[in-house]
Design a binder for this molecule. Structure first.
Ligand code: AMP
Length: 398
């Protein structure tokens, strides 16, 4: 059953409520990464070009149901206006008299941004009265907020009740094409690389991918829980004591199958302290000293992982290989990004999950060399774990 998308609809003379994901990092009123705003532009432009008007709604951060100026979407109004080269109107509450008035006065070709949805606790509670109030601002509803598609909130679930149709935005479609359709029937060899801080948030992903991929590569802080499970000393490295049994189970599973090749690093970079300016060296995983802390994968591991990546046709990556925020421990992440970029150039499909992996790819300058970098952190992880996202289930069929 195919989804109804904005491409299938003409929005002429329509007021269109679009749930976007403008949850961007803001520092002292300045947006430090506008990737999500830029990614929302195609859908907004399509509605405006058809001769409709746009009402954008989003959350930003976690204001916990209270009006907190630090979480205002005001900085987004400015950036969105610059990107569209249009005057973006702004209303200081997403519901209520002002919102109603400004929405009703909106002309075709104009755009209005509502203040942070999460200034109301009803948003996260998926409250129907709140949903109804949002729906009354417009004639049609589009969901383009991939980053929140794994949540069941008023602006992406409740609101759907009050419209005939839920139309999928172009960003949501792109995310689903890459992170669902393309990996459901992947070109092989299919390799997944998982990194980041902990096993706990990614265990379902690891288990699901075990059934799907040809190669599963593990890096990042979570390797030390595996090493401990294997009986190695890990010094002061990050460990999840309560996940050691789980790590053992995964290692057993890896041993028992010849369908999936399971890779852990052979060497790591260990440091004296958890900071950039400290002594560090590369060491094999059997020899981690008691007083050291592992912060990146080593050169041999980089080589081995890169070779696997370069011989793959579909590559999925979620989670950095080391503490990439610190220059001395960013090399593993950078080299893996480089291997992905090279494979992509040779025709492979490369997919990077959102959150920290997307931030790393951007910081290291590999954004344009990857087939698709997701705008969603949790949503992309759930999708690649085979979970149906609640907001996607709401989208109407054609
Ligand atoms: P996640 O959100 O689970 O993808 O984790 C991303 C975070 O994991 C980043 O902030 C990295 O700095 C961190 N990380 C990666 N490798 C390590 C490591 N060896 N020790 C501690 N933290 C790490």
């Amino acid at each position: 059953m195919s989804r109804l998308t904005v491409k299938d609809v003409n929005f002429k003379n329509k007021k269109v409520l679009i749930r976007v994901d403008f949850n961007v990092p803001v520092n002292n009123g300045e947006i430090t990464n506008d990737f999500r705003i830029v990614s929302s532009l195609p859908t907004i432009k399509k509605v405006l070009k058809d001769g409709g008007s746009v009402i954008c709604m989003s959350h930003l951060g976690r204001p916990k149901g209270k009006v907190k100026p630090d979480f205002s979407l005001k900085p987004v109004q400015k950036r969105l206006g610059e990107l569209l080269d249009l005057d973006v109107k702004f209303v200081d509450d997403c519901i209520g008299e002002n919102a109603k008035k400004m929405a009703s006065e909106l002309n075709n070709g104009e755009i209005l941004l509502l203040e942070n949805l999460r200034f109301h606790k009803e948003e996260k509670k998926n409250d129907l009265i709140f949903s109804k109030a949002l729906s009354e601002l417009a004639d049609m509803y589009v969901n383009d907020a991939f980053g929140t598609a794994h949540r069941a909130h008023a602006s992406n679930i409740g609101v759907a009740k009050y419209f005939d149709k839920v139309i999928s935005g172009l960003l949501l479609e792109k995310e689903l094409t890459y992170l669902k359709d393309k990996i459901e029937s992947p070109k092989r060899p299919y390799t997944a690389i998982l990194g980041g801080e902990k096993i706990s948030g990614k265990i379902d992903t690891i288990n699901h991918l075990f059934e799907k991929v040809d190669n599963l590569i593990i890096g990042g802080g979570m390797i030390f829980t595996f090493f401990k499970a294997m009986g190695y000393g890990i010094g002061n490295s990050l460990v999840e004591e309560n996940k050691i049994e789980l790590a053992k189970e995964i290692l057993e599973k890896a041993k028992a199958t010849d369908k999936v090749k399971f890779y852990l690093p052979e060497d790591v970079i260990v440091a004296d302290e958890f900071k950039n300016d400290t002594n560090y060296k590369t060491i094999s995983i059997e020899n981690i000293p008691m007083d050291k802390i592992g912060l990146d994968i080593g050169e041999k591991s980089i080589q081995k992982f890169s070779n696997v990546i370069k011989s793959s046709k579909t590559i999925l990556w979620n989670g950095p290989m080391g503490v990439f925020e610190m220059e001395n421990f960013a090399k593993g992440t950078e080299k893996i990004a480089d291997a992905l970029a090279k494979s992509t150039k040779m025709g492979a499909i490369s997919l990077v999950g959102g959150g920290d992996s997307a931030a790393a790819v951007k910081k290291l300058g590999y954004y344009d060399k990857i087939s698709h970098v997701s705008t969603g952190g949790g949503a992309s992880l759930e999708l690649i774990s085979g979970i149906e996202l609640p907001a996607v289930a709401e989208i109407s069929s054609k």
